[in-house]
Design a protein around this ligand. Structure first.
Ligand SMILES: C[S@@+](CC[C@H](N)C(=O)[O-])C[C@H]1O[C@@H](n2cnc3c(N)ncnc32)[C@H](O)[C@@H]1O
Ligand code: SF4
Length: 375
């Protein structure tokens, strides 16, 4: 079954670390929702089959949308596709949007999962990140979602924030793990070039966290989530039994998905496609029945690279029999030859035809994956 991703490119304010595509204006919301409906129809035959197992509204800020807009998009999706009755249907939300009234409204829609961007419960962190909510509001948002009946709640956290000490991160984790959520995504802060926080680092206005502390923070994350009953299933993702994100897992299993809206990416099994990073251009092109997207047909080597990259980030690992079946014996040999030094260095394990990075491997996964790429 395929997946549908819908990008809602609006934010009330811009966070200092974020370089996802979004506009700080609500001006085009209604036109954008109409256009997403048109894109859905124009690209009706993009996916190899009509059965949909996951739908994900990401952003930007999907929780800025009023209920009627979600209804409009769902009407189109359900008219065009066969959405599985057990489909996982997620929306990303910012804590300040999750009022009881808003959540209550959304309960009558097909949503069964909410992913809340908390990042930190510490008000000083949140101010530096230019987040709109406080720590107390984040706690309340989760409670509101639980009281509204959501029983599959994910939260996003970021560690390695400026000035953050290991003990401060431990406190964040204790708070997060005491909330009764089913899923946690925790990312090390990336200083994306051009973002306000990157500029402050460049001009040495902020104190950054050193590499050793980042490593300690990651190990603490694994330790604490593990003791609380969460299973790691990807470098940055942790879930209670049965609560892995099926949508994100399908990216890692290379299941086809269609991405709608400005800047959204799609994958049909052998090619990638990405929509233009401009709300205005997106709306005007689609009104002329043109898809404003670039497309890249993937060579066998590129497909192999993608397969290695996504598989090795997961705890399920890379199955070399599957690799051989898809790409042939030469690719398998190349992969096994190049992973050898990392197995010897005890950063990767190889058993039952599966290569898996261990924690030491996850800590340097970019370097290991780079060594396994076909160029
Ligand atoms: C694009 S955001 C959308 C979610 C929602 N708008 C929010 O702000 O909560 C998805 C997640 O990516 C993560 N993220 C975005 N930029 C990041 C960065 N520079 N470093 C680490 N994590 C980042 C955050 O945890 C964020 O919740
Ligand atoms: S982190 Fe979320 S709210 Fe902040 S700018 Fe990025 S998409 Fe918008």
């Amino acid at each position: 079954m395929s997946g549908i991703y819908i990008h809602i490119p609006f934010c009330k304010t811009k966070c200092s670390y974020c370089d996802f595509y979004s506009a700080v204006s609500a001006q085009y919301i209604s036109a954008l929702v109409d256009t997403i409906g048109r894109e859905l129809k124009l690209r009706e035959n993009y996916l190899p089959d009509k059965k949909i197992g996951t739908i994900y509204f990401g952003g930007g800020t999907p929780s800025l949308l009023e209920k009627k807009y979600f209804e409009q998009i769902f009407d189109t999706i359900y008219g065009l596709y066969q959405v599985d009755e057990n489909a996982e249907i997620t929306f990303e939300a910012n804590p300040d949007d999750l009022t009881p009234a808003y959540l209550e409204g959304l309960r009558s829609l097909p949503f069964n999962r909410v992913s809340i961007g908390i990042q930190s419960f510490d008000d000083a962190d949140l101010q530096r990140l230019n987040r709109r909510h406080t720590g107390a509001e984040a706690l309340q948002a989760v409670k509101n979602a639980q009281q509204a009946g959501f029983d599959n709640i994910s939260i996003d956290l970021i560690y390695g924030l400026p000035y953050q000490a290991l003990q401060a991160w431990e406190k964040q984790l204790d708070t997060a793990l005491g909330m009764g959520v089913q899923h946690i995504s925790a990312y090390g802060l990336t200083y994306e070039e051009g973002t306000p926080i990157w500029k402050r680092r460049e001009s040495r206005e902020i104190q950054t966290v050193d590499d050793d502390t980042m490593t300690d923070m990651y190990r603490l994350l694994l330790d604490k989530t593990g003791k609380a009953g969460f299973k790691q299933y990807e470098i940055s993702n942790f879930a209670l039994q049965g609560c892995r994100s099926r949508h994100n897992s399908s990216y890692w299993k290379q299941i086809p998905y269609i991405g709608l809206g400005p800047s959204a990416h799609s994958f049909d099994g052998t090619s990638r496609q990405w929509n233009v990073n401009s709300i205005k251009e997106y709306i005007s092109e689609i009104s002329e029945n043109r898809i404003p997207a670039e497309r890249e047909e993937l060579s066998l080597s590129e497909q192999y690279n993608d397969f290695v990259m996504v598989s090795l980030r997961t705890t399920d690992g890379l199955n070399v029999c599957e690799l051989e079946a898809r790409f042939g014996a030469d690719f398998k040999r190349f992969c096994l030859q190049n992973i050898k030094t990392f197995i010897e260095a005890e950063k990767a394990d190889y058993s039952d035809n599966v290569i898996r990075l261990n924690t030491d491997g996850f800590l340097v996964s970019d370097m290991i994956i780079a060594e396994l790429m076909k160029v």
